[in-house]
Design a binder for this molecule. Structure first.
Ligand SMILES: C[S@@+](CC[C@H](N)C(=O)[O-])C[C@H]1O[C@@H](n2cnc3c(N)ncnc32)[C@H](O)[C@@H]1O
Length: 380
């Protein structure tokens, strides 16, 4: 640990620096109230942040070990709105904001966030399955919570957001039934709805082994007869193993340029649960008290995968146990994490030092994380 003067912002003091090398990383943990810090960052970081993840206290009346989660409803709403106003100034044009929230305040927060970002920039609501076991002590077992997603500018963001990589399940749909040298393929329908069909799209098609096929009622062939003959000659049409089945078009995995469009239902199997996140923290913080409400690293990884690229700047104004910073670090993004509680010292810095040293939990395996990098610690 080294000590030096401020580089992030004149109003902040750098009190410590952890690094595996000499170079400044731009990564910072900032100890203080996030509204005050956001006001300072507005002077130095306007228009620079690609993604903001917010995990505020949900105002659900609970009292956790590291913070209280009980405010008057109006006070809570005003407090989050004031922060969203500042965050909007920090966003890049292709930036986005992801807010974790549960049932207690979701609908009020949606209206308040609409007022800040504009209803037109609302991207959607994601449902995250946060637990897979039944909570029998409650009237309803709340197994999911939400992510509200906003773009700074929906038109720009729609073009710049990333697709998700193909899953093993999707890849397994591609087979090579005819040992085509171009590799695995899947078959898709060769007929389409007849909406804007031309007369050339209605004809009988003879399969290689003689059977005649016509498009079903209300549909036509996707190609004219001439084009279909060319596609058959190029071995792009599949008539089944017996050469007589309804023709289907071959789509090769090698030609697939787009990944998967992100869905709005995020299963625990894919992005983890609160209890898995706690187990990860237990392994990290053997000697210190467990943080009650961590998010799993896989959940944050998916957000950053969709909304950012390597080198982009990420902001988390409610850092908690440091999950967003740890994930951004392992994904080679820059980050600013703000936290008011003392656990920024006891938990976040401790966690990130382990990340620098090559910690193997959370998404480390997925990212092939071996350690490195650094971060600075500021107070205001
Ligand atoms: C739900 S927790 C965040 C958990 C985090 N996502 C994680 O994975 O560990 C909310 C955090 O916001 C912090 N917080 C609440 N009000 C704040 C404020 N005004 N400024 C900075 N941090 C604040 C709390 O201390 C708490 O650590």
């Amino acid at each position: 640990m080294k000590s030096s003067s401020s580089v992030l912002n004149k109003s902040m003091q750098r009190v410590a620096k952890w690094s595996s090398g000499q170079a400044d990383t731009g990564n910072a943990l900032i100890h203080g109230d996030n509204l005050a810090v956001l006001n300072m960052l507005a002077k130095t970081h306007a228009g620079q942040v690609r993604c903001v993840y917010l995990d505020p206290p949900y105002n659900n009346g609970e009292s956790y070990q590291h913070y209280f989660d009980s405010m008057g409803h109006e006070e809570w709403l005003q407090s989050v709105s004031a922060r969203l106003e500042k965050i909007k100034l920090l966003l890049r044009t292709d930036g986005s904001v992801w807010i974790s929230i549960d049932d207690s305040e979701l609908h009020y927060l949606k209206v308040a966030a609409d007022a800040v970002f504009g209803r037109g920039n609302f991207v959607g609501t994601i449902i995250w399955e946060r637990r897979t076991t039944r909570e029998n002590r409650k009237v309803l077992s709340r197994n999911h919570e939400y992510l509200l997603v906003y773009a700074k500018n929906i038109a720009t963001w729609s073009k710049s957001r990333n697709s998700l990589p193909l899953t093993d399940e999707v890849k397994s749909r591609y087979k090579n039934l005819d040992e085509d040298p171009r590799g695995p393929w899947q078959s898709v329908s060769a007929n389409v709805q007849e909406g804007h069909a031309t007369p050339q799209q209605y004809y009988s098609l003879k399969a290689p082994n003689g059977k005649l096929h016509s498009p079903p009622k209300g549909r036509c062939w996707g190609f004219s007869e001439q084009r279909m003959i060319e596609e058959i000659a190029k071995n792009n049409v599949w008539f089944g193993r017996d050469g007589n089945a309804v023709p289907r078009l071959k789509q090769f995995i090698a030609n697939r340029t787009a990944g998967l469009t992100p869905e709005t239902l995020w299963r625990a199997d894919d992005v983890g649960t609160t209890s898995q996140a706690k187990k990860h923290l237990l392994a990290l913080f053997k000697e210190i008290s467990l943080f009650d409400t961590p998010k799993p690293e896989h959940l944050i990884q998916r957000i950053l995968q969709i909304s950012t690229d390597p080198g982009d700047l990420i902001l988390d104004p409610y850092l908690g146990s440091g999950t967003t910073a740890a994930v951004a670090h392992k994904m080679n993004r820059s980050y600013l994490g703000i936290e008011i509680g003392e656990h920024i010292k006891t938990h976040c810095t401790h966690r990130l030092q382990q990340v620098i040293a090559g910690e193997s939990g959370g998404i480390s395996g997925l990212m092939d994380w071996k350690g490195g990098g650094g971060f600075d610690f500021y107070r205001i």
